[in-house]
Design a protein around this ligand. Structure first.
Ligand code: MTE
Ligand code: MO
Length: 358
């Protein structure tokens, strides 16, 4: 099982950790949809081996009718297919100064795939959510030892959504990725897909959906994947949720040689969790001046938007610093620096790509 993850089809991915598998997409290969064998993999524990015929999804807690769904039950329910972006909350961590702890993702812990699944709302409506319910917890089959002062020992990977988000159409119980059954490392047989939120919300190998009357405070949202939110200057660790606005450059790649005096097509993607990208700007002089970069195609909610910028490369050779920054339709734009209250998550300051004009 584990060995199969390192076969030839994985040759295109950058290995950040072998066991458990943490693999990064080479962002220079950017396209509209990320092929499954190039899609980044983020796992905290060994991949659980689950056969579709043995799998069940238990829906319990604050519901009128508890449910136990089989894989076939789920496949018979109304499904939707949509491209949705997943970005790990730690994407870009390698760009932090001083050097951060944790997996040092560069720019490739992000991808957009086409997911097929049943809206969670369909299943919750079938179960009948009781009045007073506030949270919906997703539990994955994978588990392991964590360093949690509140509940030391073995825990499952678990995350919750507030009920209002759980009922949104962009929250799916997904069983297909890019038109095929999920692969083991992407959550076979069924995972959550939470459009607009960082990847940790999209729980893989999903086996339990529990509705609760009190806010969930599991390890993966009160200690990990949590940031310091200041309320009248008093910081509290708060769960990371919505994806922050960001543009990333695919080409030129770091240290790429660019021809002097010619035109070069700077190319990248931009996204923002629950809103659309309004515009992208590019700077080729380390952020002194910025120009609008045309957006390509149409805006698709919860997916990324590709953009390009025709750069008239100067005749003067030397090092140039290329940057991109996006603004979303809510008016948010990327910051210049990382806010340390975010710890090593939600890293969306505008990165610099140094290129050699020659
Ligand atoms: N679900 C389970 N059960 N276990 C995990 O370790 N990792 C999460 C999320 N779902 C994880 C999980 C994190 S942090 C991310 S970024 C995404 O899965 C990555 O999804 P992918 O591996 O399909 O790219
Ligand atoms: Mo993640």
């Amino acid at each position: 099982e584990a060995a199969s993850m390192f076969n030839a089809s994985r040759a295109g991915l950058i290995i950040r950790e072998k066991q458990p598998a943490n693999l990064e997409f080479p962002f220079a290969s950017l396209g509209p949809v990320t092929p499954t064998n190039e899609f980044f993999v983020r796992t905290h524990f060994p991949v659980p081996a689950i056969r579709a015929r043995d799998w069940t999804l238990t829906v319990d807690g604050e519901v009128e009718r508890g449910l136990v769904l089989t894989y076939d039950d789920l496949l018979r329910m109304p499904a939707t297919t949509a491209p949705v972006l997943l970005e790990c909350a730690g994407n870009g961590r390698a760009q932090l100064v001083p050097k951060a702890k944790g997996l040092l993702w560069d720019t490739g812990a992000v991808g957009t795939a086409e997911w097929t699944g049943v809206p969670l709302s369909v299943v919750l409506e079938k179960a009948g959510v009781k009045k007073g319910a506030v949270d919906v917890i997703f539990q994955g089959a994978d588990k392991g030892e964590v360093d949690d002062p509140k509940s030391p020992g073995v825990v499952h990977f678990e995350r919750s959504l507030p009920l209002a988000k759980a009922m949104r159409p962009e929250v799916l119980l997904a069983y297909r990725m890019n038109g095929k059954d999920l692969t083991p490392d992407h959550g076979f047989p069924v995972r959550a897909i939470v459009g607009g939120w960082y990847g940790m919300a999209s729980v893989k190998w999903l086996t339990h959906v529990t509705v609760t009357a009190t806010p969930f405070e599991g390890f993966w949202q009160s200690l990990e994947y949590a940031y310091w939110k200041r309320d009248r200057e008093r910081p509290t660790l708060t769960a990371v949720t919505e994806v922050q606005v960001k543009a990333q450059i695919a080409r030129p790649a770091l240290a790429e040689a660019v021809q002097a005096g010619k035109s070069y097509r700077v190319f990248g993607a931009a996204w923002s969790g629950e809103s659309d990208v309004a515009g992208v700007e590019v700077s080729t002089d380390a952020g002194k001046t910025w120009s609008e970069a045309p957006l390509l195609g149409d805006s698709v909610p919860f997916a990324w938007r590709l953009w390009e910028f025709p750069w008239d490369v100067p005749k003067t050779t030397g090092r140039y610093k290329v940057m991109a920054r996006a603004t979303d339709t809510k008016g948010h734009t990327q910051p210049e620096k990382h806010d340390s209250d975010r710890r090593t998550y939600m890293i969306n300051f505008a990165f610099t790509v140094e290129v050699e004009v020659m």
